[in-house]
Design a protein around this ligand. Structure first.
Ligand SMILES: [Zn+2]
Length: 90
């Protein structure tokens, strides 16, 4: 997960994370969302959105999932791996 300008990894290694282009692209979207909204405003909006529609349908998660998938599919050498647990439909 991203807080501010840092990707915090839990239950995975840095190497496994970096080997998964889609996951890296997903977290890069969150880094951009923090930049665009600002740290505390984004955290607040993210939490309100999660409380309203849940994690999976949170619009910031939807944006990150869709953009990450586009980034990976746009790379002709792309390799799709199973979605990380946080990105799977509940
Ligand atoms: Zn996410």
């Amino acid at each position: 997960m991203v807080i501010g300008k840092t990707v915090h990894l839990s239950g995975t290694s840095r190497e496994d994370f970096l080997a998964d282009a889609e996951w890296v692209a997903h977290e890069q979207v969150h880094l951009r969302q923090y930049r665009e909204h600002g740290l505390l405003p984004f955290l607040w909006k993210y939490l309100v959105e999660s409380a309203r529609v849940g994690y999976y349908y949170n619009k910031y998660e939807v944006e990150a999932r869709e953009e990450a998938r586009r980034v990976v599919l746009a790379n002709p050498d792309h390799v799709l791996v199973p979605l990380p647990r946080h990105a799977r439909r509940p």
